[in-house]
Design a protein around this ligand. Structure first.
Ligand SMILES: NC(=O)c1ccc[n+]([C@@H]2O[C@H](COP(=O)([O-])OP(=O)(O)OC[C@H]3O[C@@H](n4cnc5c(N)ncnc54)[C@H](OP(=O)(O)O)[C@@H]3O)[C@@H](O)[C@H]2O)c1
Length: 324
């Protein structure tokens, strides 16, 4: 089969590789589309190796058609159209995946739209509700609100009756986040960036902060949380080091939680996908939640797709699609 391969100079090319063989609990998907994620950029640069046993090929989510099923698989049949959360391997013609990480494509969705859902909605759900213990009527701060994960998190907050404030890189992105359901936001280059985030809660603080930025934001995040607030760190885009006064942590009984989705167990991923199917998938069908796709490239243009993501100009997802 053909797959997008990372060369030693970190460039991407399409090459012929062996087609994976599903084990008894796995499904072989003929990939039509794959989502591009920030993690792919890091893996390409050698900073985010796949977990043990995972495909070394890039790609954490896909949509396509079931090509074959392992002997213990119960749910899917050859020819079903599905999307899947992957530990790797999405940038290829075929990928194997545990049956529990696979969901049907929401009714009426294209392959491109379906491929934009698994990684960001699973990440947003896991970290807002499971790690962040988000309750109705909460106030949430979502950093990088226009990112793939951010656009999913904003919509989940709105759908589940919480107020989301975002941070973004431009007024254009802020407008897009407000259209998706954010209640307010702040542009990270503005001189009053942090003041605006503080005034949004009338200085009472946020219940949950979803943060992919890391080091540079840690101290300010602690000061913006309310007593018993939760800071969920899901990325380190500004770096992993921080110099922080821990007194707020004690006085406000704050919890700081670090979280990655990719290296969770298959059973944990299956229970997460199950929750998404029950709580989130019907809201796609009703139109309450929408896929946010910024751009679609062919697999042979994967390098250009990565360059677009690196530009920090995107709102939502970039998708790779098979040439027809
Ligand atoms: N832990 C997990 O399980 C998990 C899973 C998925 C994703 N993630 C993380 O979530 C983040 C978003 O991923 P994605 O694929 O949705 O990304 P994305 O769509 O590429 O969006 C990333 C955005 O982050 C902002 N940004 C970039 N560098 C920044 C910096 N130094 N400081 C502040 N903001 C910065 C930029 O938006 P603005 O210019 O508008 O700020 C950029 O467009 C990444 O850090 C990723 O690693 C974590």
């Amino acid at each position: 089969m053909k797959a997008v391969i990372v060369n030693t100079d970190h460039s991407l090319t399409t090459q012929e590789v062996a087609t994976p063989i599903p084990d008894q609990k796995e499904i072989l998907i003929k990939v039509q589309c794959a989502g591009v994620n920030r993690a792919d950029l890091m893996q390409r640069r050698g900073f985010y190796p796949p977990p043990p046993g995972a495909s070394k090929i890039l790609g954490l989510e896909c949509a396509g058609t079931v090509e074959s099923v392992g002997s213990s698989c119960k749910r899917y049949q050859v020819g079903d159209t599905v999307c899947a959360l992957l530990s790797g391997g999405g940038y290829s013609e075929y990928v194997t995946v545990d049956e529990g990480s696979v969901l049907p494509i929401p009714a009426g969705f294209s392959f491109e739209e379906a491929a934009s859902l698994p990684e960001v909605f699973a990440t947003a759900w896991l970290n807002l509700f499971d790690e962040g213990a988000l309750k109705k009527k909460s106030t949430v701060l979502i950093h990088a609100g226009a990112s793939g994960v951010g656009t999913a998190a904003i919509q989940l907050c709105r759908a589940f009756d919480s107020r989301a404030c975002v941070t973004v890189g431009s007024q254009f992105k802020l407008k897009k986040c407000l259209e998706l359901g954010a209640v307010d936001g702040s542009v990270r280059t503005a001189p009053d960036f942090w003041d605006r985030l503080e005034s949004f809660t009338s200085s009472s603080g946020y219940d949950v902060i979803l943060d992919p930025v890391g080091g540079a934001y840690l101290e300010k995040n602690l000061s913006l949380l309310n007593p018993k607030g939760r800071l969920i760190i899901i990325g380190l885009m500004s770096g992993s080091k921080a110099n922080v006064n821990l007194s707020q942590l004690l006085m406000k009984r704050i919890r700081i939680i670090g979280s990655t989705l990719r290296n969770r167990s298959l059973s944990r991923k299956a229970s997460l996908m199950n929750r998404l199917e029950k709580e989130v998938w019907p809201r796609f069908v009703s139109g309450e939640l929408v896929p946010v796709v910024e751009a679609i490239y062919s697999f042979s243009q994967a390098q250009e797709a990565h360059q677009l993501m690196e530009s920090n100009e995107t709102v939502g997802k970039i998708i790779l699609s098979k040439e027809t």
